[in-house]
Design a protein around this ligand. Structure first.
Ligand code: F3S
Length: 282
């Protein structure tokens, strides 16, 4: 039995940058807050919290210190409020997310209705809605796109949450086009890392008997990876760490493939590889 790792695995550059910035502030001993989880990985956030990072839901409890904006970005309204407070702001919004924000703002200013393909509860999407200044709605998939009522002579535009799958994005675009909008502009705002990671995971899932997707259960890109692998291989399992592994998954199985979400550090992947080795060889 071989254990094969996907070509793209571990932190993406956006997450790595956010963690590096947070660590450099913590090293100086500054009081540091993050609005929501800095990344969607409980173990990494736990480690940072033990070093002094305080994760807060809103800005109400912040009086001073440094506030880190996560890689998912933050609503411009909240940023404006923060700027009036006696705090230092460190913005770790990923450049791919910044691009989606700029496009949402531009499209709404140009008078387009903005359709965001994504998860309405995800912080990236919440912020994107505010960048579109009240002119946006969120559509999850082509099923919800079918229920979308298009007004006559509509000028609409479609963008995506950065970690969506390309298949889902295209599905929504085709469904909307079938409704014959007067004008429809499409911007592909899917992050290249997420797209490449999904392709690499799909390729690997075709070669192995069991596939493990390692990542936080709240991580959007991890959920997409799991869906992508599941379409190819029913023996796909989503785990947060090595403790989630069940020996029965490997019964009568040959090769095992491992991929990970963009907020999964290398040390968790190493532990997963070690545990797979142990349960399959032991
Ligand atoms: Fe950025 Fe893509 Fe990572 S949007 S945070 S590089 S998954």
């Amino acid at each position: 039995m071989r254990i094969m790792l996907a070509e793209r695995i571990g932190f993406c550059f956006g997450v790595k940058r956010a963690i590096d910035l947070a660590e450099s502030i913590l090293e100086k001993g500054d009081k540091i807050y993050s609005l929501g989880s800095i990344i969607h990985n409980r173990e990494v956030v736990g480690k940072l919290s033990r070093r002094g990072l305080k994760v807060v839901d809103g800005i109400g409890r912040i009086r001073s210190g440094t506030v880190v904006i996560s890689s998912h970005g933050l609503s411009p309204k909240t940023v404006a409020r923060l700027k009036k407070m006696p705090v230092r702001i460190v913005d770790t919004t990923c450049p791919f997310v910044l691009n989606a924000q700029r496009i949402a703002k531009y499209l709404s200013a140009e008078g387009y209705g903005v359709i965001i393909v994504g998860d309405v509860k995800h912080p990236e999407v919440t912020a994107l809605l505010d960048f579109a200044q009240g002119k946006a709605i969120v559509i999850k998939d082509s099923r919800s796109a079918r229920m979308f009522r298009l007004a006559e002579n509509s000028r609409i535009s479609v963008i995506s949450q950065t970690t969506q799958s390309m298949d889902n994005f295209i599905g929504v675009i085709n469904t909307l086009l079938a409704k014959r909008p007067k004008e429809m502009r499409v911007f592909n705002t899917i992050c290249r890392d997420a797209e490449y990671r999904q392709d690499a995971a799909r390729r690997l899932a075709k070669k192995v008997d069991v596939m493990l997707v390692v990542g936080g259960r709240h991580s959007a890109n991890t959920k997409r990876l799991y869906e992508v692998c599941m379409k190819t291989l029913a023996r796909t399992h989503l785990i947060e760490n090595e403790r989630g592994i069940r020996p029965e998954w490997f019964r009568n199985a040959g090769d095992v493939g491992i991929t990970s979400g963009a907020s999964t550090p290398d040390w968790i992947i190493k532990k997963v590889v070690g545990k797979v080795r142990k349960v399959t060889e032991g």
